[in-house]
Design a protein around this ligand. Structure first.
Ligand SMILES: O=C(CO)[C@@H](O)[C@H](O)COP(=O)(O)O
Length: 220
């Protein structure tokens, strides 16, 4: 049976205690670190950039999954590779030559991801699906943590799973935004492989236990 993965979103961590929260993820049953990079242009918020990722990377002992919410992401592919990113996801809506961008990410030794906004149809990925290692499906409008999950995501995940299977691709489906214990099992049933959770983990009284419960819920 495949393992469904949990990726806590560091955006919801306590930046005053960042090393503590990184160690919490290291010592938990989480699988990946999810890192949100926002430029204030592609999305109406600015998160953090290279120096913070460098600080996280110094202590992180798991896969570093970087989600770029920036315009013209090609400019920074080499830098994210040098900073230790394992996966690099660019937004479909931010790329003019998506296929070329995916090749450039892979050429730097990273897994190539494509993030899609809630309004973007999964059908647009069919012709490039075999080149995508990971689809980061946004289940909120990107830019902020703590938003409510958009229910239409379930049918998008099902449809994307069909596209992946029809094309014999091995693309992982990651769902990002508003993930909780209320929708996690249904997302995995629909075909999701990776669940990103920010507020649900970091606002919990016991984040380590919450990660374990979420992982158990989708791996039982
Ligand atoms: O990319 C984003 C937001 O743009 C997400 O990764 C959020 O950080 C997830 O946070 P929650 O919705 O789980 O609080």
């Amino acid at each position: 049976m495949k393992k469904n993965l949990i990726a806590p979103s560091v955006l919801a961590a306590d930046f005053g205690n960042l090393q503590r929260d990184v160690e919490m993820i290291n010592n938990s049953e989480a699988d990946w670190f999810h890192i949100d990079i926002m430029d204030g242009v592609f999305v109406p918020n600015i998160s953090y950039g290279m120096p913070v990722l460098q600080a996280i990377q110094k202590h992180a002992k798991k896969t570093i999954d970087v989600h770029l919410m920036i315009v013209d992401p090609d400019r920074y592919i080499k830098e994210f590779a040098a900073l230790g990113a394992t996966n690099l996801s660019v937004h479909y809506e931010a790329c003019t030559h998506l296929h070329r961008t995916l090749q450039a990410i892979k050429a730097e030794g990273m897994k190539a991801g494509v993030a899609i906004n809630p309004h973007t149809s999964v059908d647009l990925l069919e012709d490039v699906i075999k080149d995508i290692d990971l689809v980061c499906m946004m289940s909120v409008n990107p830019g902020f943590g703590g938003q409510s999950f958009i229910e239409n995501t379930f049918q998008k995940v099902r449809k994307l799973k069909q596209i992946i299977e029809r094309n014999g691709a091995s693309t992982l489906i990651e769902v990002d935004g508003g993930v909780t214990d209320k929708n996690a099992a249904q997302l995995v049933d629909a075909g999701a492989d990776v669940l990103v959770a920010g507020s649900f983990v970091f606002k919990a009284e016991n984040p380590t236990q919450t990660i374990k419960e979420l992982s158990d819920l989708v791996n039982s």
